[in-house]
Structures are given as structure tokens and as C-alpha cells.
Write a protein that binds this ligand. Structure first.
Ligand SMILES: [Zn+2]
Length: 247
């Protein structure tokens, strides 16, 4: 998981078009999200996808793996999904809100499902929310204290560990997020462990030959800084812990 910067002023046009506004009004009027294809389609418009894909560098908000582009809107057969940080069932007025939409892989999305525990009371809809419908939820964080990390708001780099490729944390909220999204699933652990082993092997080899490690470390850090790299949080952790790993 790595912090992602989204320009909340740059809302995709389709989230404000008449058709979307009508669906939003409908949900607000009935105080519930309508689980129907016509309602789902409005947050899956092409401009939303294009924008999110770019902002997230084609990677999942939670597991940081690249996601394949989907050709149609049939999410059942699709590896790429648009995820609502706050579930649209409970927060029906946020179904089409730009600050509530994340780019997320099918596996993390399915695991996360409607899990969204909060430590305080849930925000209830108020008419005034309409004015800033795309930028209001930053204010919710402090009021609700959700357990789920929001990668568009928080940086958790220094709170994660990846021993043997297994993602872990001492932070209660991160533990919750890891568990609910299944970020410690086998295929992810294995993919991360391969990156660790490859890097550590290179370093041990250099160390045995008494060669400097600086070039390999520079390369690792540049991979971490590269927005397009997968598993950037892992690469950051390796750069901070390589000494203990090669011992
Ligand atoms: Zn994922």
C-alpha cells in the first residue's frame, strides 16, 4: 500500500452529468443504493476509468499489483474494478463521488466487500453534502475513525514490514486493512519474496567479493521512487532493512 495523489478538483465529467445526478438523487431520495446495472454503470464510465488508471499508474490501491485493462463493463469477468472506499450500500450518497472511488484489483475488491468498520458513529446524510459531493469525505475521517486505510489520504510506508514477503504491521488499522483485503494472500507473499530474495542474493554476492553495494541500493531506491513500479512499499522496506537481511 502506498499513498496516491488524486486531484479532487479534476472530477471526471461523467460524475457530474445529468444521468449520474439523477441516479444520485434517486439514491438520496430512497436513502439507499440501488443495486442495478443502470446505477452501477454511472460510476464505471470511461473517463472515470481512464483517470483512475492514470492516477494509480494501473496498480491496485491496496496490493500495488498492476491490473489488466477490462474491455467491457461486465465486472464479474473482469480483473479490474472500481472500488468505493466507503461502501456504496451504507454511504449511498457517495456512490458517484470522486473522492470515494479507488482503482482496485478484483481480488482485493472481493475481499474488502462491504467491510468498513469505524470507531465512532457513522455519518448520516445531510442535504448540505450535495455542495461538495466530490470532496467532502476528508472531513469524515476524523469524525468516523475508520479502520480501513485510505491510500489517497494516508501514508503508511513506515508502518509496514515484509519479512519473508509477508506483509504485516503493528498498527491496528493496518492489520485490519491487511486482513479485510487479504493482502497477505499466498500469491502476493510469494511475488514479494521473490523480489526480496533476488535483491538480497545480489548483495550477498557483492559482499563476498568485497564489492560496494551502492549501485544496487541506488537502483532499488529508484525503483521505489518510480511511480510505475509494483510493490513500492516493499522496495522502501527493503532499502531500510537490507543490512539485517544480508546478515
Ligand atoms: Zn489488489
Amino acid at each position: 500500500m502506498i499513498k496516491v495523489v488524486k486531484d479532487l478538483e479534476d472530477t471526471p465529467t461523467s460524475l457530474n452529468e445529468r444521468k449520474t445526478n439523477r441516479k444520485r438523487d434517486n439514491c438520496i431520495k430512497d436513502a439507499k443504493y440501488h443495486y442495478k446495472k443502470a446505477f452501477d454503470q454511472q460510476y464505471k464510465q470511461q473517463d472515470v476509468k481512464t483517470n483512475l488508471k492514470k492516477i494509480y499508474n494501473e496498480k491496485c490501491a491496496f496490493c500495488e499489483q498492476k491490473i489488466r485493462e477490462c474491455k467491457d463493463n461486465n465486472l464479474e469477468d473482469c480483473s479490474q474494478t472500481i472500488e468505493h472506499y466507503r461502501p456504496k450500500g451504507k454511504y449511498y450518497w457517495l456512490a458517484y463521488s470522486w473522492d470515494n472511488l479507488l482503482w482496485c484489483c478484483h481480488r482485493c475488491n472481493q475481499n474488502k466487500d462491504n467491510h468498513f468498520e469505524i470507531d465512532s458513529n457513522q455519518i448520516e446524510y445531510e442535504e448540505s453534502f450535495r455542495e461538495n459531493i466530490h470532496t467532502s469525505t476528508n472531513n469524515y475521517q476524523e469524525l468516523e475513525n475508520p479502520k480501513m486505510i485510505n491510500p489517497e489520504i494516508e501514508s503508511v510506508l513506515d508502518k509496514l514490514s515484509f519479512y519473508d514477503g509477508v506483509i504485516d504491521s503493528n498498527d491496528v488499522r493496518l492489520k485490519y486493512t491487511i486482513k479485510q483485503c487479504g493482502l497477505d494472500r499466498d500469491d502476493l507473499n510469494e511475488a514479494r519474496q521473490i523480489i526480496i530474495e533476488d535483491f538480497i542474493e545480489k548483495l550477498i554476492d557483492k559482499k563476498l567479493k568485497n564489492e560496494p553495494l551502492i549501485e544496487d541500493l541506488k537502483e532499488l531506491i529508484s525503483e521505489f521512487k518510480n511511480q510505475e513500479s509494483e510493490f513500492r512499499a516493499l522496495r522502501y522496506w527493503i532499502s531500510k532493512n537490507y543490512m539485517s537481511l544480508i546478515d
